[in-house]
Design a protein around this ligand. Sequence first.
Ligand SMILES: Cc1cc2nc3c(=O)[nH]c(=O)nc-3n(C[C@H](O)[C@H](O)[C@H](O)COP(=O)(O)OP(=O)(O)OC[C@H]3O[C@@H](n4cnc5c(N)ncnc54)[C@H](O)[C@@H]3O)c2cc1C
Length: 573
Amino acid sequence: MAKTLKKADVVVVGLGWASSIVANECAKAGLKVVALERGANQDTSDFLGAHDEYKYVNNFALKQDLSKESVTFRNESKQMALPMRKNYSFDVGNNVGGAGVHWNGMSYRFLPYDFELKSMTEQRYGKNKISKDYSIQDWGLSYDEMEKYYDKAEKMMGISGEDKSPFSGKRKNPFPNPPLEKTTMLHKFEKAAKKLGYNPCMVPAANCSQPYENSDKQSLGACQYCAFCEHFGCEYAAKASPLITTIPSALATKNLSIITHANVIEILHKNGRASGVKFINTLTLEEFIQPAEVIMLGSYVFNNARLLMHSKIGEIYDEKSLKGTLGKNYSFQITPSVNGFFDEPFNVYLGAGALCNWIDDFNGDNFDHSKLDFIHGASFRISQNGARPIASNPIEPGTPTWGAAFKKASVRNYTRFTYIGAQGASLPHNSNYLSLDPTYKDAYGLPLIRITYDYTKQDRKLYDFMLPKLAGIMKEMGARKFYTSPKLTNYGLVSNGWYGSTHIAGGTIMGAKKEESVVNTYLQHWDMPNLFVVGASNFPHNPGYNPTLTINALAYRASEGIIKFFKEKRLLA
Ligand SMILES: Cc1cc2nc3c(=O)[nH]c(=O)nc-3n(C[C@H](O)[C@H](O)[C@H](O)COP(=O)(O)OP(=O)(O)OC[C@H]3O[C@@H](n4cnc5c(N)ncnc54)[C@H](O)[C@@H]3O)c2cc1C
């Protein structure tokens, strides 16, 4: 029988960026918070000199353990979904801090267009621009309403950037820190982009360009450009992560307790009200009940949706009838790219997760779509993340992939190679969604989440449009040879051949109307006012950027909602 623990004001499920922001804001407001994290505890000292590429990159040390839990996947509903057995496409976070520990730090604000996608598209191009097969919708909050939450998130994270993109929404305050240093590669991109009439600028980075004291009086160090950023924890405490910002701030209030190895398996509820959660200690397999006044799910896209489905909260989306909102609007990202080989070397062994230059000229509605058969677009970015020795073996097509010729080419190209990647928006389609798998279960007996997903006509058009634009910049940069990414085939978990991203969205989407969303604009569940769900699962579509700054801004919005709920005890407007 499950042991019942002392009731908390707020229980947060998972302890990544989303939950830790809510935990910190609620703890500062005097609420007693319990955080339940399925992974282990960790801190900056764990990452000192920890440059083992094989452990962290190839063997996914900080990622979800797939022997315990995975996802299943199929391209369409008539197929049987099969489990993902390799952490490639989604490097889902585990442990205290979640994926916010081993992330890169690129921290864009979404475009004003993203928040009002449906109305702005219809206003400019008419109601028939996009077919009814796509369930696009507004988010219920405008960019102007989001601005103050973005500002809060940036000040907490110490974002380094420059306000130069003419397409970005208006900022009330400058970036907290100046941009990172530009390298030869970034200068080259900038020059080429300007020559082509585009508007390059430095990507907003959560890798601090200088020592910084954040809005919660937590100290961040200055980035050392060490290259062990993506997939690694930061040994210099220079990359913003929950471990050095929100969690120590919340712990200092003495209002936060963290329980690790606590895998939540169910949300308990009765008569439209949540009463707590049930979790399993993953080391002893004992079951516990953690009662709470408010429950907040911050367990990433997959488990946010899965826990609601398994606990029977809300109506699961049905592809045939189009009824139900839970699991709906699942979307990935469209990532065309171009690889360039140069004669002259770049200094690629230095780098930082978000040391990048970017253009937004082909993103959102920043260009005219009247003669195009897709909407939205992609941001383009050149990245100097630091070319780590094991993973960085750039060779041209046709070069042997082993032996002397491979080694020679790989050594020569190591520092003479770069790529420009596009992050393209992915719009929700009626046949792409999340549901519970009828066959496969996790180590604790819960059905796995099942992904039904394939690229759509819109995705393919967008992809094909972007390739020559990417190639044009690479050519202008002076590459000796360049190769664009292959044509889009069917989406596959491991078969894409390029970077898998955790930039997935949807499943528990937000909105102004109950009929078209799972949570309202405070991220409060429409059917259960003391339940809040936060993460990229709230995004009704997936914009052409990395998600985290917006997840964090929404977490500030949810915190405001939770604190308000304690006063008003009702569904918030
Ligand atoms: C290599 C890499 C690079 C990235 N780079 C960028 C970038 O540059 N910019 C950007 O915007 N984004 C980036 N991301 C994505 C970013 O890390 C995520 O968007 C962000 O961390 C999500 O935060 P979250 O709090 O929603 O979820 P998570 O960080 O996944 O946190 C969720 C937590 O919940 C826990 N959990 C899950 N289920 C349960 C359960 N049942 N019970 C208890 N605990 C549970 C997990 O263990 C985890 O700790 C990157 C991701 C990776 C993997």
